[in-house]
Design a protein around this ligand. Structure first.
Ligand SMILES: C[S@@+](CC[C@H](N)C(=O)[O-])C[C@H]1O[C@@H](n2cnc3c(N)ncnc32)[C@H](O)[C@@H]1O
Length: 381
């Protein structure tokens, strides 16, 4: 899945090697801002170190738990037959499905076709929240009804349920008719209509199966744990044997605004009320982070580093090296880290990974670097 600020590429460019070599000296690896879970899952799949993944957003921890929660492959053929098979058969019997198919057959690259989809999805459905909230906007009527049946029929067993939910969330992020994330759907304008058509033609079942097969074939070496909550509170549970990875928000726009559709799926709402072009749930129900608030981000970061230092945790910190829209910057992070920790400075430069040993070459390179990586060791060591 595409994720804002994902470390997927950096894992292949040296960050992965650094995490694997450092984590073997610790009892646990903790990813405090796990996002799409790429880093937490990478460490869990490649080491015998238990991993804990934390995020404010429930969909993030569902994605991470799909790997951290299992130490064996799952039988995707069996799951597809039972879960997806049942969802398809129930969906096909729903009187709405006939209307959905009629709408899909009439595929036309017109505004009216999109507005007809919105009208159809305005018909009440008691299956789940996707149809009424997002059908005709983020999803085609066929995708919306399909996701609702998949979500309504998730397996009961905890791990299996989470695995299937993660497959749905990943599939939704790949089918959604929205530029990049799920902040706003494409509108049926002349220039955007072909993007809607392209996204709406994706078969939700095909994408769900593909993600299920991938996730089911992967697993942690040692069972890990996830926490849906604030990183600042999660630090209370840490100790000096933890290696902590920090990849905080760099945007002043809340992540819950970008990924609210996935959050609706993860939280298992039955019905929601949405507002505005973005079809958001009310702001009071969307997690708000101090790290995405320009007036709070610096204090929150300092408080986090101070708490981690008091717990004597070793930290690997990544951040874009320039000034970010939430007011944090590479320089500020270096300064705060230096107050509480012994700091070793790494960076990625044009895709290459190097340590900045303080020589002139390194200092020059720092100016042009794209992503800062700090290794922060407790001063007591
Ligand atoms: C830059 S992204 C992390 C990307 C992740 N490393 C990856 O590779 O997918 C930052 C994440 O921090 C989460 N977040 C923001 N504030 C938080 C907080 N106070 N506690 C925990 N997570 C938070 C956001 O929901 C978002 O998923």
């Amino acid at each position: 899945m595409k994720y804002m600020g994902s470390k997927r590429t950096m894992l292949k460019n040296g960050l992965g090697k650094l995490l694997l070599s450092e984590s073997e000296h610790f009892d646990r690896f903790v990813d405090l801002f796990t996002g799409a879970g790429f880093v937490a899952c990478y460490v869990a799949e490649n080491t015998k170190v238990p991993v804990m993944a934390v995020d404010l957003q429930a969909y993030s921890t569902v994605l991470a738990q799909a790997i951290l929660g299992r130490t064996k492959q799952s039988n995707s053929i069996d799951i597809i037959k039972k879960w997806i098979g049942t969802a398809i058969s129930l969906r096909n019997k729903d009187p709405l499905w006939e209307k959905v198919e009629a709408h899909a057959r009439a595929v036309r690259k017109t505004k009216k076709w999109v507005l007809d989809a919105r009208k159809l999805c305005g018909t009440e459905s008691k299956i789940g929240p996707i149809w009424n909230a997002y059908g005709g906007h983020y999803f085609s009527p066929a995708q919306a009804l399909t996701f609702d049946y998949l979500l309504a029929d998730l397996p009961k067993e905890k791990n299996r349920r989470n695995l299937c939910l993660a497959a749905c969330i990943s599939a939704a992020s790949e089918c959604v008719a929205s530029p990049g994330h799920t902040a706003q759907p494409f509108q049926p304008t002349k220039s955007a209509i072909s993007f809607i058509l392209d996204a709406w033609q994706r078969d939700a079942i095909v994408y769900c199966k593909k993600n299920l097969i991938d996730l089911a074939s992967r697993h942690a070496q040692i069972t890990g744990k996830v926490i849906t909550g604030d990183a600042l509170n999660a630090v209370d549970k840490l100790n000096s044997k933890d290696l902590v990875f920090i990849d905080p928000p760099y945007s002043s726009v809340q992540y819950s605004r970008f990924y609210h559709v996935l959050e609706t799926m993860a939280r298992g709402y039955q019905k929601i009320s949405v507002e505005g072009v973005g079809r958001y749930i009310p702001i009071k129900d969307r997690p708000q982070s101090q790290f995405s608030n320009t007036s709070q981000a610096k204090a929150a970061l300092k408080s986090l580093i101070r708490k981690l230092a008091a717990k004597e945790c070793t930290v690997i910190f990544t951040f874009p090296s320039g000034e970010a829209s939430n007011g944090l910057s590479g320089d500020y992070i270096r300064q705060i880290a230096g107050e509480f920790y012994k700091v070793e400075d790494y960076t990625t430069i044009n895709g290459k990974f190097s340590t900045l040993g303080g020589n002139n070459e390194g200092r020059d390179a720092r100016k042009t670097s794209s992503e800062l990586i700090l290794l922060m060791m407790p001063k007591s060591e």
